[in-house]
Design a protein around this ligand. Structure first.
Ligand SMILES: NC(=O)C1=CN([C@@H]2O[C@H](COP(=O)(O)OP(=O)(O)OC[C@H]3O[C@@H](n4cnc5c(N)ncnc54)[C@H](O)[C@@H]3O)[C@@H](O)[C@H]2O)C=CC1
Ligand SMILES: O=C(CO)COP(=O)(O)O
Length: 323
Protein backbone atom coordinates (compact mmCIF):
# COMPACT_ATOMS: atom_id res chain seq x y z
CA UNK A 1 0.00 0.00 0.00
CA UNK A 2 0.94 3.62 -0.28
CA UNK A 3 1.13 6.81 1.68
CA UNK A 4 -0.09 8.78 -1.36
CA UNK A 5 -3.45 10.49 -0.91
CA UNK A 6 -4.24 9.33 -4.42
CA UNK A 7 -2.97 9.07 -7.96
CA UNK A 8 -3.75 11.25 -10.97
CA UNK A 9 -3.70 9.85 -14.50
CA UNK A 10 -3.46 12.12 -17.55
CA UNK A 11 -4.81 10.60 -20.74
CA UNK A 12 -7.91 8.39 -20.90
CA UNK A 13 -6.63 6.17 -23.69
CA UNK A 14 -6.22 2.42 -23.36
CA UNK A 15 -3.15 2.52 -21.13
CA UNK A 16 -4.13 5.42 -18.87
CA UNK A 17 -7.54 3.86 -18.28
CA UNK A 18 -6.05 0.42 -17.58
CA UNK A 19 -3.54 1.84 -15.09
CA UNK A 20 -6.30 3.85 -13.39
CA UNK A 21 -8.47 0.72 -13.06
CA UNK A 22 -5.65 -1.38 -11.63
CA UNK A 23 -4.43 1.24 -9.13
CA UNK A 24 -7.98 1.95 -7.95
CA UNK A 25 -8.65 -1.78 -7.57
CA UNK A 26 -5.63 -1.87 -5.28
CA UNK A 27 -7.44 0.53 -2.96
CA UNK A 28 -5.75 3.81 -3.91
CA UNK A 29 -8.09 6.62 -5.02
CA UNK A 30 -7.45 7.55 -8.65
CA UNK A 31 -8.62 10.47 -10.76
CA UNK A 32 -8.41 9.94 -14.52
CA UNK A 33 -8.20 13.12 -16.59
CA UNK A 34 -9.49 13.35 -20.18
CA UNK A 35 -9.41 16.55 -22.24
CA UNK A 36 -12.73 15.73 -23.82
CA UNK A 37 -15.60 16.67 -21.48
CA UNK A 38 -17.95 14.55 -23.61
CA UNK A 39 -15.81 11.47 -22.97
CA UNK A 40 -15.77 12.24 -19.24
CA UNK A 41 -19.57 12.51 -19.30
CA UNK A 42 -19.89 9.15 -21.07
CA UNK A 43 -17.39 7.42 -18.78
CA UNK A 44 -19.28 8.68 -15.71
CA UNK A 45 -22.62 7.60 -17.11
CA UNK A 46 -21.43 4.17 -18.28
CA UNK A 47 -18.88 3.36 -15.56
CA UNK A 48 -16.37 2.31 -18.23
CA UNK A 49 -14.29 3.69 -21.09
CA UNK A 50 -16.29 2.05 -23.85
CA UNK A 51 -14.19 3.59 -26.61
CA UNK A 52 -10.88 2.15 -25.42
CA UNK A 53 -11.58 -0.68 -22.95
CA UNK A 54 -15.14 -1.86 -23.47
CA UNK A 55 -16.50 -4.09 -20.72
CA UNK A 56 -13.84 -3.10 -18.18
CA UNK A 57 -16.03 -1.77 -15.36
CA UNK A 58 -14.56 1.05 -13.28
CA UNK A 59 -13.95 0.02 -9.67
CA UNK A 60 -14.94 2.13 -6.66
CA UNK A 61 -12.37 4.84 -6.10
CA UNK A 62 -11.86 5.63 -9.80
CA UNK A 63 -13.07 9.13 -10.62
CA UNK A 64 -12.94 10.90 -13.97
CA UNK A 65 -12.54 14.59 -14.67
CA UNK A 66 -11.93 17.05 -17.47
CA UNK A 67 -10.36 19.50 -15.00
CA UNK A 68 -6.64 18.77 -14.52
CA UNK A 69 -6.55 20.90 -11.36
CA UNK A 70 -8.84 18.27 -9.77
CA UNK A 71 -6.19 15.57 -9.34
CA UNK A 72 -5.43 14.21 -5.84
CA UNK A 73 -2.18 14.99 -4.02
CA UNK A 74 0.22 12.28 -5.15
CA UNK A 75 1.99 11.10 -8.28
CA UNK A 76 0.66 12.08 -11.70
CA UNK A 77 0.95 9.44 -14.42
CA UNK A 78 1.22 10.79 -17.97
CA UNK A 79 -0.25 8.22 -20.38
CA UNK A 80 -0.46 10.10 -23.67
CA UNK A 81 1.26 9.24 -26.97
CA UNK A 82 4.93 10.22 -27.02
CA UNK A 83 4.64 12.85 -29.73
CA UNK A 84 1.75 14.49 -27.77
CA UNK A 85 3.54 14.60 -24.43
CA UNK A 86 5.12 18.06 -24.72
CA UNK A 87 1.86 19.60 -25.92
CA UNK A 88 -0.05 17.88 -23.12
CA UNK A 89 2.33 19.31 -20.50
CA UNK A 90 1.82 22.79 -21.89
CA UNK A 91 -1.91 22.52 -21.19
CA UNK A 92 -1.51 21.17 -17.66
CA UNK A 93 -1.02 22.86 -14.30
CA UNK A 94 2.37 22.90 -12.61
CA UNK A 95 1.67 20.07 -10.07
CA UNK A 96 4.35 21.54 -7.75
CA UNK A 97 6.62 18.87 -6.29
CA UNK A 98 4.34 15.93 -7.11
CA UNK A 99 6.21 13.13 -8.92
CA UNK A 100 5.47 13.02 -12.65
CA UNK A 101 5.60 9.50 -14.06
CA UNK A 102 5.97 9.12 -17.83
CA UNK A 103 3.93 6.16 -19.07
CA UNK A 104 4.66 6.51 -22.77
CA UNK A 105 7.15 4.81 -25.06
CA UNK A 106 9.09 6.56 -27.76
CA UNK A 107 11.56 9.24 -28.75
CA UNK A 108 10.41 12.78 -29.51
CA UNK A 109 10.86 13.58 -33.19
CA UNK A 110 11.74 17.23 -32.74
CA UNK A 111 14.35 16.77 -29.99
CA UNK A 112 15.51 13.13 -29.83
CA UNK A 113 14.49 13.04 -26.16
CA UNK A 114 12.70 10.23 -24.36
CA UNK A 115 9.52 10.77 -22.31
CA UNK A 116 11.14 11.29 -18.90
CA UNK A 117 13.60 13.73 -20.49
CA UNK A 118 10.77 15.72 -22.10
CA UNK A 119 8.99 15.99 -18.75
CA UNK A 120 12.21 16.99 -16.99
CA UNK A 121 12.82 19.69 -19.62
CA UNK A 122 9.29 21.11 -19.23
CA UNK A 123 9.04 20.68 -15.42
CA UNK A 124 12.62 21.05 -14.12
CA UNK A 125 11.53 21.21 -10.47
CA UNK A 126 9.43 18.05 -10.51
CA UNK A 127 10.68 14.57 -9.57
CA UNK A 128 10.39 12.48 -12.74
CA UNK A 129 10.06 8.73 -13.24
CA UNK A 130 9.21 6.30 -16.01
CA UNK A 131 6.80 3.36 -15.96
CA UNK A 132 7.45 0.96 -18.83
CA UNK A 133 7.69 -2.71 -19.73
CA UNK A 134 5.69 -5.56 -21.22
CA UNK A 135 1.94 -5.16 -20.67
CA UNK A 136 -1.11 -4.77 -22.83
CA UNK A 137 -3.74 -2.40 -21.49
CA UNK A 138 -6.40 -5.10 -21.81
CA UNK A 139 -4.36 -7.53 -19.72
CA UNK A 140 -3.86 -4.95 -16.97
CA UNK A 141 -7.54 -3.97 -16.97
CA UNK A 142 -8.63 -7.63 -16.82
CA UNK A 143 -6.50 -8.13 -13.73
CA UNK A 144 -4.02 -10.47 -15.43
CA UNK A 145 -0.50 -10.59 -13.93
CA UNK A 146 2.12 -8.18 -15.28
CA UNK A 147 5.64 -7.10 -14.28
CA UNK A 148 6.91 -3.64 -15.24
CA UNK A 149 9.89 -1.36 -14.62
CA UNK A 150 9.65 1.78 -12.52
CA UNK A 151 12.74 3.81 -13.39
CA UNK A 152 13.74 6.86 -11.36
CA UNK A 153 17.19 8.42 -11.05
CA UNK A 154 16.50 9.13 -7.36
CA UNK A 155 16.33 5.65 -5.84
CA UNK A 156 14.58 6.77 -2.64
CA UNK A 157 11.87 8.42 -4.66
CA UNK A 158 11.80 5.41 -6.98
CA UNK A 159 11.29 3.06 -4.01
CA UNK A 160 8.31 5.11 -2.81
CA UNK A 161 6.78 5.06 -6.28
CA UNK A 162 7.47 1.34 -6.65
CA UNK A 163 5.67 0.69 -3.39
CA UNK A 164 2.81 3.08 -4.06
CA UNK A 165 2.10 2.16 -7.68
CA UNK A 166 2.37 -1.63 -7.38
CA UNK A 167 -1.08 -3.18 -7.54
CA UNK A 168 -2.49 -6.68 -7.11
CA UNK A 169 -1.70 -7.38 -10.78
CA UNK A 170 1.20 -5.00 -11.54
CA UNK A 171 4.47 -6.04 -9.94
CA UNK A 172 6.97 -3.22 -10.27
CA UNK A 173 10.72 -3.69 -10.44
CA UNK A 174 12.86 -0.65 -9.69
CA UNK A 175 15.75 0.82 -11.69
CA UNK A 176 17.75 4.03 -11.59
CA UNK A 177 18.65 3.70 -15.28
CA UNK A 178 16.00 5.96 -16.79
CA UNK A 179 17.76 6.33 -20.16
CA UNK A 180 18.14 2.56 -20.55
CA UNK A 181 14.45 2.03 -19.78
CA UNK A 182 13.47 4.81 -22.20
CA UNK A 183 15.59 3.42 -25.03
CA UNK A 184 14.28 -0.13 -24.55
CA UNK A 185 10.64 0.94 -24.52
CA UNK A 186 11.11 3.16 -27.56
CA UNK A 187 13.11 0.78 -29.77
CA UNK A 188 11.05 -2.36 -29.11
CA UNK A 189 8.20 -0.75 -31.03
CA UNK A 190 10.45 -0.12 -34.04
CA UNK A 191 11.55 -3.76 -33.95
CA UNK A 192 7.92 -4.89 -33.65
CA UNK A 193 7.14 -3.07 -36.91
CA UNK A 194 10.09 -4.85 -38.56
CA UNK A 195 8.94 -8.24 -37.24
CA UNK A 196 5.33 -7.62 -38.29
CA UNK A 197 6.48 -6.68 -41.78
CA UNK A 198 8.56 -9.86 -42.03
CA UNK A 199 5.68 -12.07 -40.91
CA UNK A 200 3.16 -10.18 -43.06
CA UNK A 201 5.37 -10.66 -46.10
CA UNK A 202 5.66 -14.39 -45.41
CA UNK A 203 9.37 -14.38 -44.52
CA UNK A 204 8.82 -16.80 -41.65
CA UNK A 205 9.51 -17.26 -37.95
CA UNK A 206 13.27 -17.65 -38.39
CA UNK A 207 13.44 -14.19 -39.97
CA UNK A 208 11.49 -12.81 -37.03
CA UNK A 209 13.92 -14.37 -34.53
CA UNK A 210 16.83 -12.86 -36.47
CA UNK A 211 15.19 -9.41 -36.48
CA UNK A 212 14.43 -9.59 -32.76
CA UNK A 213 17.98 -10.56 -31.92
CA UNK A 214 19.72 -8.08 -34.21
CA UNK A 215 17.13 -5.48 -33.20
CA UNK A 216 18.08 -6.10 -29.61
CA UNK A 217 21.72 -5.44 -30.61
CA UNK A 218 20.59 -2.03 -31.98
CA UNK A 219 18.74 -1.30 -28.75
CA UNK A 220 21.85 -2.05 -26.68
CA UNK A 221 24.06 -0.05 -29.07
CA UNK A 222 21.96 3.10 -28.76
CA UNK A 223 21.43 2.66 -25.02
CA UNK A 224 25.15 2.25 -24.27
CA UNK A 225 26.02 5.24 -26.46
CA UNK A 226 23.53 7.28 -24.44
CA UNK A 227 25.14 6.23 -21.14
CA UNK A 228 22.69 3.48 -20.14
CA UNK A 229 23.57 0.13 -18.58
CA UNK A 230 23.47 -3.02 -20.73
CA UNK A 231 21.65 -5.01 -18.02
CA UNK A 232 18.70 -2.62 -18.19
CA UNK A 233 18.15 -3.69 -21.79
CA UNK A 234 18.12 -7.32 -20.66
CA UNK A 235 15.25 -6.52 -18.28
CA UNK A 236 11.52 -5.96 -18.53
CA UNK A 237 11.77 -2.57 -20.24
CA UNK A 238 14.01 -3.95 -23.01
CA UNK A 239 14.09 -7.67 -23.70
CA UNK A 240 10.77 -8.23 -21.91
CA UNK A 241 8.85 -5.72 -23.96
CA UNK A 242 10.64 -6.71 -27.17
CA UNK A 243 9.53 -10.32 -26.65
CA UNK A 244 5.90 -9.33 -26.05
CA UNK A 245 5.54 -6.75 -28.79
CA UNK A 246 7.33 -8.63 -31.57
CA UNK A 247 5.29 -11.80 -31.11
CA UNK A 248 1.73 -10.72 -30.35
CA UNK A 249 -1.05 -9.70 -32.68
CA UNK A 250 -2.41 -7.66 -29.76
CA UNK A 251 0.42 -5.19 -30.43
CA UNK A 252 -0.54 -2.24 -32.61
CA UNK A 253 3.07 -1.76 -33.73
CA UNK A 254 3.31 -5.39 -34.76
CA UNK A 255 -0.04 -5.28 -36.57
CA UNK A 256 1.02 -2.10 -38.36
CA UNK A 257 4.14 -3.94 -39.53
CA UNK A 258 2.02 -6.88 -40.70
CA UNK A 259 -0.09 -4.45 -42.74
CA UNK A 260 3.08 -3.16 -44.42
CA UNK A 261 4.21 -6.71 -45.17
CA UNK A 262 0.79 -7.59 -46.60
CA UNK A 263 0.52 -4.31 -48.49
CA UNK A 264 -2.77 -3.69 -46.66
CA UNK A 265 -4.32 -0.51 -45.26
CA UNK A 266 -3.97 0.40 -41.58
CA UNK A 267 -6.27 2.72 -39.61
CA UNK A 268 -4.26 5.97 -39.24
CA UNK A 269 -6.09 6.83 -35.99
CA UNK A 270 -4.52 3.90 -34.14
CA UNK A 271 -1.57 4.86 -31.95
CA UNK A 272 1.62 3.35 -33.44
CA UNK A 273 4.50 4.79 -31.44
CA UNK A 274 7.22 3.00 -33.41
CA UNK A 275 6.57 4.94 -36.63
CA UNK A 276 7.60 8.41 -35.44
CA UNK A 277 10.15 6.87 -33.10
CA UNK A 278 11.91 5.05 -35.95
CA UNK A 279 12.45 8.40 -37.66
CA UNK A 280 13.61 10.04 -34.43
CA UNK A 281 16.01 7.19 -33.71
CA UNK A 282 17.43 7.30 -37.21
CA UNK A 283 18.28 10.99 -36.82
CA UNK A 284 19.71 10.41 -33.34
CA UNK A 285 21.78 7.40 -34.42
CA UNK A 286 23.22 9.20 -37.43
CA UNK A 287 24.21 12.16 -35.23
CA UNK A 288 26.06 9.69 -32.99
CA UNK A 289 27.61 7.69 -35.86
CA UNK A 290 25.77 4.55 -34.84
CA UNK A 291 24.90 1.77 -37.25
CA UNK A 292 21.16 0.97 -36.95
CA UNK A 293 20.31 -1.00 -40.12
CA UNK A 294 16.96 -2.42 -38.96
CA UNK A 295 15.79 1.01 -37.82
CA UNK A 296 16.86 2.40 -41.21
CA UNK A 297 14.90 -0.34 -42.97
CA UNK A 298 11.79 0.39 -40.88
CA UNK A 299 11.98 4.08 -41.80
CA UNK A 300 12.19 3.10 -45.47
CA UNK A 301 9.17 0.80 -45.13
CA UNK A 302 7.10 3.46 -43.32
CA UNK A 303 8.01 6.18 -45.79
CA UNK A 304 7.30 3.84 -48.70
CA UNK A 305 10.78 4.27 -50.14
CA UNK A 306 11.51 0.55 -49.60
CA UNK A 307 9.49 -2.59 -50.22
CA UNK A 308 9.95 -5.49 -47.80
CA UNK A 309 11.96 -7.46 -50.37
CA UNK A 310 14.28 -4.48 -50.89
CA UNK A 311 14.70 -3.96 -47.15
CA UNK A 312 15.53 -7.64 -46.79
CA UNK A 313 18.05 -7.50 -49.62
CA UNK A 314 19.73 -4.49 -48.02
CA UNK A 315 19.97 -6.22 -44.63
CA UNK A 316 21.28 -9.47 -46.11
CA UNK A 317 23.86 -7.83 -48.37
CA UNK A 318 25.62 -6.02 -45.54
CA UNK A 319 29.24 -7.05 -44.96
CA UNK A 320 29.54 -10.22 -42.86
CA UNK A 321 30.65 -9.48 -39.31
CA UNK A 322 31.17 -10.92 -35.84
CA UNK A 323 28.08 -11.25 -33.66
N1 LIG B 1 -2.13 0.35 -24.97
C1 LIG B 1 -1.20 -0.39 -24.38
O1 LIG B 1 -1.35 -1.62 -24.26
C2 LIG B 1 0.04 0.26 -23.82
C3 LIG B 1 0.38 1.55 -24.15
N2 LIG B 1 1.55 2.08 -23.64
C4 LIG B 1 1.94 3.43 -24.01
O2 LIG B 1 1.00 4.37 -23.52
C5 LIG B 1 1.01 5.52 -24.34
C6 LIG B 1 -0.43 5.85 -24.68
O3 LIG B 1 -0.94 4.76 -25.42
P1 LIG B 1 -2.46 4.33 -25.40
O4 LIG B 1 -3.15 4.75 -24.17
O5 LIG B 1 -2.51 2.91 -25.74
O6 LIG B 1 -2.98 5.20 -26.64
P2 LIG B 1 -4.46 5.56 -27.02
O7 LIG B 1 -4.44 5.93 -28.45
O8 LIG B 1 -5.41 4.48 -26.58
O9 LIG B 1 -4.80 6.84 -26.15
C7 LIG B 1 -4.05 8.02 -26.13
C8 LIG B 1 -4.87 9.01 -25.33
O10 LIG B 1 -4.10 10.19 -25.13
C9 LIG B 1 -5.00 11.27 -25.19
N3 LIG B 1 -4.29 12.51 -25.44
C10 LIG B 1 -3.62 12.87 -26.56
N4 LIG B 1 -3.13 14.11 -26.40
C11 LIG B 1 -3.51 14.52 -25.17
C12 LIG B 1 -3.32 15.72 -24.43
N5 LIG B 1 -2.67 16.74 -24.97
N6 LIG B 1 -3.85 15.81 -23.21
C13 LIG B 1 -4.53 14.77 -22.67
N7 LIG B 1 -4.75 13.61 -23.32
C14 LIG B 1 -4.24 13.51 -24.56
C15 LIG B 1 -5.94 10.89 -26.34
O11 LIG B 1 -7.14 11.64 -26.28
C16 LIG B 1 -6.16 9.42 -26.04
O12 LIG B 1 -7.25 9.22 -25.15
C17 LIG B 1 1.86 5.17 -25.58
O13 LIG B 1 3.11 5.76 -25.47
C18 LIG B 1 1.97 3.65 -25.52
O14 LIG B 1 3.18 3.17 -26.08
C19 LIG B 1 2.35 1.40 -22.82
C20 LIG B 1 2.04 0.12 -22.46
C21 LIG B 1 0.86 -0.56 -22.92
O1 LIG C 1 3.69 -1.29 -25.19
C1 LIG C 1 2.95 -2.21 -25.36
C2 LIG C 1 3.15 -3.53 -24.75
O2 LIG C 1 4.11 -3.48 -23.73
C3 LIG C 1 1.79 -2.06 -26.28
O3 LIG C 1 2.25 -2.27 -27.56
P1 LIG C 1 1.55 -1.56 -28.81
O4 LIG C 1 1.64 -0.08 -28.57
O5 LIG C 1 2.32 -2.04 -29.97
O6 LIG C 1 0.13 -2.04 -28.83
Amino acid sequence: MTDFAGVGVIGAGAFGTALAISVARGGVPVTLYARDAGLVFRMRAEGENAARLPGMVFPDGLHVTSDPTNLPEGPVLLAVPMQKLRGALEGLPDFGDRPLVACCKGIELTTGLGPAEVIAARRPAAPVALLTGPSFAHDIARGLPTALTLACADDTRGAALQQGLSTPNIRLYRSTDVIGAEVGGALKNVMAIACGAAIGAGLGESARAALMTRGYAEMVRLALARGARAETLAGLSGFGDLALTCTSTLSRNYRYGVSIGENALFDPDITVEGAATARAVQVLARSMNLDMPITDAVVGLIDGTLKVAEALALLLSRPLKEE
